[in-house]
Design a protein around this ligand. Structure first.
Ligand code: ZN
Length: 259
């Protein structure tokens, strides 16, 4: 395993906020963000500007960070609109965040059933969104939603979704186990295959904890070459939560295999 630097991406303020009973005020968000900055995480995903007034206002506060890059979350552009004319995309540009993480589909079943568009239209939405933010000089990341399930169903199409963002110049391609049902040996195998096409230094992992494997899956992905690790403080997150950075960071620090 190569020992290139690992990048920590905290999504407590976005994915963590989807935990039942969690509702951060702007003040809470600022305090947590400053604590994360002190901890030294590389990226703080602050929320989805434009999706609700708290997140929009939080990004307008223009908090100065010493270590971390504030990242705005959003969704790839809609079919039938240019990236320039998509209000979701415009709100992200207006947030002034230096880095942008857009979620998009990579499972052909969801492209058909959830979006009701063609596979080609989905690829165009990904590549046009990536192109738009890169032209605006943003650090761009693509969160490939349900990637592992998509890969199991149609590896060629799932990979083409990743490449649609990567070939435009995306800094990170994040492989998401959105429903948390993938097991560590599957993560190892699939990440090894993906990294033949996209280098590990450009790959991230976002693992949910529905089978209790989010930390194990994240470690498996890192051992297979991934270099960005997404997670939350104490594993907060939708349903059963996310990979717990409070387990992962000390593991990376103390276990020699990882550094
Ligand atoms: Zn998630």
């Amino acid at each position: 395993m190569s020992k290139e630097r690992l990048y920590i991406f905290d999504t407590t303020l976005r994915d963590g906020e989807q935990t039942q009973g969690v509702d951060f005020s702007i003040d809470d968000k600022e305090k947590i963000a400053l604590a994360l900055d002190n901890l030294g995480v590389d990226y703080i995903e602050g929320g989805w500007p434009g999706a609700n007034p708290t997140d929009t206002e939080f990004f307008q506060k223009k908090i100065k960070f010493k270590n971390s890059k504030l990242t705005a979350f959003g969704m790839t552009k809609r079919t039938g609109r240019s990236a320039n004319n998509d209000p979701v995309i415009s709100a992200l540009i207006d947030s002034n965040a230096p880095s942008i993480c857009l979620v998009g589909k990579s499972w052909d079943f969801h492209v058909d059933v959830a979006l009701g568009i063609s596979n080609e239209e989905n690829l165009e939405n990904i590549s046009e969104s990536a192109k738009h933010f890169i032209k605006e000089k943003k650090e761009f990341m693509f969160d490939a939603e349900h990637f592992f399930d998509g890969y199991k169903n149609n590896p060629k199409y799932a990979l083409s979704c990743l490449k649609a963002a990567y070939t435009q110049g995306a800094r990170w391609i994040v492989l998401c186990d959105t429903n948390g049902g993938t097991l560590p040996q599957e993560v190892s195998k699939i990440v090894s295959e993906v990294s033949k096409q996209i280098p590990g230094k450009n790959l991230g992992i976002h693992a949910h904890n529905d089978t209790g494997n989010a930390v194990a899956n994240t470690l498996a992905a890192v051992l297979a070459g991934v270099r960005q690790v997404q997670g939350t403080i104490n594993g907060l997150g939708e349903r059963c939560g996310n990979a717990n950075l409070m387990s992962l960071i000390p593991t990376f620090f103390f276990k020699r295999r990882f550094f």
